[in-house]
Design a protein around this ligand. Structure first.
Ligand SMILES: *Cc1c(COP(=O)(O)O)cnc(C)c1O
Length: 246
């Protein structure tokens, strides 16, 4: 199993490096986020031992229960963040990829002041404007950015998107490009720096890198298929006392 993991990681590393080379980017410009959701701590621990340094989880409670059972690593929240989970999220995650409402931004600002944690935050944009997806529109993201800049507490570092599912990775390219162009426009309009673009998953991370991704969120290609008997924490970590311990 450990060898399997190491060889899958090596293949993904090679594909990332090739995509960086093709698009004139340095390998250091792109961070692999290993999406470990549903996998048990034993498997995630192997991933960390094999050299994955950043893990992505989409559920706050699952990650909080799993992280203490694994060697030390950096944990990113890639799924939606509800207002009532902000305190818990700030106790673990150093980067929050998918903030999608003004309410959550306000809650982050408030809890950050109490806890002293200042994670990097990305705004999720629904570039294809799919009705079924979370995320700001290209219009409403401006309102969010304005509010966050006026407020001044949340450290906004970039944008994230999940394009419509498609079997052909090339189908994602226009959405990735749209996210990059939106980022470029926002940087000009608001005179801010938004260096991070979180885009690309197992099926399309190379195209995402060609279009400027700085975080690729890779689950299946690294860990294998997620199954129904997903790992669940025995007791939910629901104490309200979490504050970030650097
Ligand atoms: C699960 C998930 C991924 C990983 O998807 P794979 O196709 O398994 O690589 C990436 N991003 C988000 C937001 C996810 O929820």
């Amino acid at each position: 199993m450990e060898e399997d993991f190491a060889s899958r990681l090596e293949q993904i590393e090679n594909r990332i490096a090739a995509a960086c080379a093709r698009s004139g980017r340095g390998r250091d410009d792109v961070t692999l986020v290993g999406v470990s959701k549903t996998f048990p701590p034993e498997v995630v621990s192997e991933a960390i031992r094999a050299g994955v340094t950043v893990l992505g989880e989409n559920r706050v409670q699952e990650a909080l229960a799993k992280a203490p059972l694994c060697p030390s690593a950096e944990w990113h929240l890639i799924g939606p963040l509800q207002k009532n989970k902000v305190r818990h999220a700030l106790s673990l995650f150093t980067t929050i990829h998918a903030v999608d409402s003004l309410d959550t931004l306000a809650a982050l600002a408030r809890v950050q002041r109490e806890c002293g944690a200042r994670p990097d935050v990305l705004l999720e944009v629904n570039v294809a404007e799919e009705a079924s997806k979370h995320g700001f529109t290209a219009a409403s993201v401006r309102e969010a950015l304005r509010a966050a800049l006026d407020e001044g507490e949340v450290r906004l570092v970039g944008l994230m998107t999940i394009p419509p599912w498609a079997p052909d990775p090339e189908a994602s390219r226009p959405h990735f490009r749209a996210l990059r162009e939106l980022r470029d426009a926002l940087e000009r309009e608001f005179s801010v720096s938004l260096p991070q673009l979180s885009m690309g998953m197992s099926g399309d991370f190379e195209v995402a890198i060609e279009e400027g991704a700085t975080f690729v969120r890779v689950g299946t290609a690294l860990f294998g298929h997620r199954n129904a008997s997903a790992w669940k924490p025995e007791r939910s970590a629901d104490s309200d006392s979490y504050c970030y311990q650097p």
